[in-house]
Design a protein around this ligand. Structure first.
Ligand code: PLP
Length: 409
């Protein structure tokens, strides 16, 4: 149970925010705030000015996380091509590349277009293009940016891409996706993968760029040693395929995969580059997997992202209602910043409930409460923007894109 003193300390540290009973400023106008954001005038903008629920990024923790991976990459030689699916935000990819990332990994063709539209290069689409719409957009991106790559795990897609690229006068870079423990994608390692790589390499309008093996079951395996074993086992087929390709004279210098959970494991598994994504924000599920030096908490990266909410009703003791429910993508493992013992429930689309046992203090009406999400991709995906916070001040606002509407899929 949290004592009153530690609770207040957590509040002062920014977990539970001021402004509870404070009267609304008579000069406050929401439309003015929006107009200022539109012209990027963030002077004197604070968290209290924002509508909730809102996504808040702690700038200092975020920058620390960016630097941690950049330094790891420099020290070990393991390149990073960070995943965009976590944030869908050009501003973040720009910052990762500025610190040495070699490009970006994307989950959707819309994300690839989003990143290439920002003038960034070396984008890898980690999903196979299937169907007319995706094949056509893949070829268009390849024409526009010769550094663009995507994965394939099926010979029929190789044929379709070769034909479409021939018609468009394009050359498409392909990475053969090899099964690495996650049944959703990847061809069988060994001879099957070798044959697919040979097919790509011998296709007139395609170029073989390398192999991918995404060991997604390893990423959240609890305990560092167990995670290391899982990642090594799951990547064995990829490494065997890489050997077969080399023996048959195929160029497979690029071996891509990995995650936030395996960043300091894949220096040994044989990958040449890492597709980590969550490390920039972190979430409660990742924090629970334990690290190499801290078995209880994965503290290699700090929790930088929160969903800020407001207490909108508190008629009963030891409970309060927040304005963030299922539409805010909360999950039972979300956590209140500064009060990890509070239980969060989502009884409705727009309502969440906080329950606690410490009778010492209630949460007041209008008080702001920040929550750490359990899942980053889905939490970020329901917001239009990320507010960048420096303490109470909002110092920047970054659009989140590629989420909805026909061109975004
Ligand atoms: C293909 C692929 N690569 C890498 C990642 C790693 O992401 P994270 O570091 O967030 O676990 C993911 C996450 O789902 C993924 O789908």
């Amino acid at each position: 149970m949290t004592s009153r003193r530690s609770f207040l300390k957590a509040g002062a540290a920014g977990g539970l925010l001021a402004g509870a009973g404070r009267a609304a400023r008579s000069d406050y106008r929401y439309s003015d705030i929006e107009a200022r954001i539109a012209r990027r005038d963030f002077r004197d903008l604070t968290k209290e000015d924002l509508g909730t629920p809102a996504l808040i990024l702690d700038e200092a923790i975020f920058e620390q996380n960016l630097r941690a991976i950049a330094e790891h990459s420099k020290a070990t030689g393991l390149k990073v091509r960070p995943h965009v699916k976590i944030h869908k935000c050009q501003e973040i990819t720009k910052r990762q590349i500025a610190l040495g990332a070699i490009g970006a990994s994307c989950a959707t063709i819309a994300e690839c277009e989003l990143i290439i539209n920002a003038g960034l290069h070396n984008v890898l689409w980690t999903c196979q293009p299937a169907g007319r719409n995706k094949i056509s957009r893949t070829v268009a991106l390849a024409r526009r940016d010769p550094t663009f790559m995507c994965v394939v795990d099926d010979p029929s897609i190789v044929e379709a891409l070769d034909e479409a690229a021939g018609t468009a006068g394009a050359k498409v870079n392909l990475v053969v996706d090899v099964y690495a423990g996650l049944t959703r994608q990847g061809c069988q390692p060994g001879e099957t993968a070798l044959r697919l790589a040979q097919k790509v390499a011998s296709s007139k309008n395609l170029r073989l760029a390398g192999l991918m093996g995404y060991s997604g079951m390893a990423s959240h395996t609890k305990g560092w040693e167990a995670r290391k074993k899982r990642s090594t086992d799951d990547l064995a087929g990829l490494m065997e395929t890489a050997d077969l390709c080399k023996k048959s004279g195929l160029p497979v210098g690029l071996l891509t995969g990995g995650s936030t959970g395996t960043y300091n494991i894949d220096t040994e598994t044989g990958l040449t580059e890492l597709q980590c994504g969550s490390y920039i924000f972190m979430d409660t599920l990742y924090r629970a997997i334990g690290g190499k030096s801290n078995p209880d908490t994965y503290s290699d990266f700090g929790p930088a992202l929160t969903v800020m909410t407001t207490i909108i009703s508190n008629t009963r003791p030891n409970q309060a209602t927040i304005d963030a429910g299922n539409k805010a993508m909360l999950r039972p493992t979300d956590e209140v910043k500064g009060r990890p013992e509070i239980k969060i429930e989502n009884p409705g689309a727009e309502y969440g409930m906080l329950h606690w046992t410490d009778t010492d203090r209630d949460l007041k009406l209008g008080e702001r409460v920040e929550l750490y999400p359990s899942n980053l991709d889905m939490s970020v995906n329901v917001y239009d923007r990320i507010y960048v916070g420096r303490g109470e001040a909002i110092v920047d606002v970054w659009p989140i894109m590629g989420r909805s509407g026909p061109p975004q899929r």
